[in-house]
Design a protein around this ligand. Structure first.
Ligand code: FAD
Length: 370
């Protein structure tokens, strides 16, 4: 007789929401994670009184009221609004592209002036009918100034190759905003959990049996026999021993510094958009929670090749990887005991609100099926 109804591999956001929901309905769950901590990639660690986003900056944003009310029922969210700054060769610009940015670029003061200026810049590339790469696409959509100052260097660093070698489809449109609004997201709700994301996951997993430092593959046979069903949120290729090859990712390298000063850059996120600065952005974590500590903690973010020694962050959903993925998905469909969910098992970039919605959906589905 299996001891648990569910073995949940991964104590990240997906695993935690699912475990909470089915436990509430009386199901017995065991959650394991190979890391030494819960919360997956949204893990925050308190350093010198500052909640540090250890796997990259995370801002919760959604227009889904059910999801927003759900996460707020576990932890209070603050009113943080993401308003990143771009630093290009020492000059600062507001993001996303809005009237502040256009004023800083060209001194234009009205939406009409800004539109005229952009149209004039775009017109220089009217002969590019079908952009062959990201550079051409960005020039056609936004003109030279925006491309060279705010897109080129940043994107080349992110992808680790020249913009002329990056596919055009990466940028489908450039979201221009003709108001003086620096809010990066268009969603209705936005904020950061007061006290950090780890608190959100701790509260979700309250009363659920959790074992950290446990890799599913180290004792797969034992774990499989412990539960009736498995919700697997790890990498799908790893589950199948990479028999069709490894799925590729872009990774990140973080350089952290605790500084003996109250404020380093006056903003949570500053992007470095020129090619010469090797990192893409600096995160100053205290600003996510309006911190007033004497010290500050900053993280320089460097895009990095993915290997066994670093984390899989961004899936590379090109044709080659999609083909490999489809072979694993074919095998996954035949599994009766295991469900593959979350960003790694689905090889998909999901924002947090999407992960919460998906986990709630799955928990409802399994309850309806008994
Ligand atoms: P994860 O958090 O990765 O959880 C999976 C867990 O499974 C991990 O803890 C892992 O250790 C564990 N695991 C894997 N294999 C095994 C195994 N064999 N045995 C045991 N455990 C295992 N979203 C937003 O909404 N806003 C943002 O601002 C934002 N910023 C982001 C910034 C970066 C740099 C990245 C990469 C993502 C960002 N996201 C953001 C997306 C967000 O991180 C994800 O939506 C979320 O973390 C996915 O949760 P998950 O549970 O699917 O995956």
């Amino acid at each position: 007789m299996a001891k648990y109804d569910y073995l949940i591999v991964g104590a990240g956001l997906f695993g935690a929401v699912f475990a909470h929901e089915v436990s509430k309905k009386g199901k017995k769950c065991l959650v394991i994670d190979k890391r030494q901590h819960i919360a997956g990639n949204i893990y925050t660690e308190n350093i010198a009184g500052i909640n540090v986003h250890k796997y990259g900056a995370h801002i919760f944003h959604t227009s889904n009221k059910e999801v927003w009310n759900y996460v707020n029922s576990f932890v209070e969210f603050n009113r943080f609004t993401n308003s990143p700054i771009a630093n290009h060769k020492g000059r600062l610009f507001n993001l996303p592209f809005n009237m502040n940015t256009f004023y800083q670029l060209w001194g234009v003061k009205t939406p009409e002036e800004a539109k005229k200026k952009i149209e004039k810049q775009r017109a220089e590339y009217f002969d590019i009918k079908e952009p062959r790469n990201l550079e051409e696409q960005a020039l056609v959509l936004g003109g030279r100034d925006i491309y060279e100052k705010l897109i080129k260097g940043y994107t080349e660093k992110q992808w680790g190759r020249p913009a002329t070698q990056i596919p055009a489809f990466i940028i489908r449109r450039l979201p221009f905003r003709y108001t003086f609004d620096n809010n990066y997201f268009n969603d209705i709700y936005q904020g950061i959990p007061i006290g950090g994301y780890t608190k959100l996951i701790e509260n979700l997993l309250d009363g659920v049996e959790v074992r950290t430092g446990e890799n599913y593959f180290d004792r797969k046979y034992d774990f499989d026999n412990l539960a009736k069903k498995i919700v697997y949120t790890g990498k799908i290729d790893e589950f199948y021993e990479c028999q069709f090859g490894e799925l590729e990712y872009r990774s990140l390298y973080f350089e952290n510094e605790l500084l003996n000063m109250p404020d380093f850059q006056g903003n949570a996120v500053v992007n470095y958009t020129d090619r010469e600065v090797p990192y893409t952005r600096i995160i100053e974590h205290k600003h996510f929670e309006f911190g007033t500590q004497d010290k500050t903690y900053i993280t320089r973010e460097y895009p990095h090749e993915f290997s066994k020694d670093n984390e899989p962050y961004y899936p590379i959903n090109d044709q080659k990887n999609q083909l490999v993925l489809s072979k694993y998905q074919e095998l996954a469909r035949k599994q009766t005991k295991v469900v593959f969910c979350g960003r790694l098992a689905e090889y998909k970039y999901y924002d947090m609100h999407q992960v919460v919605a998906k986990a709630l959906e799955l928990s409802k589905k399994v309850q309806n099926n008994g």
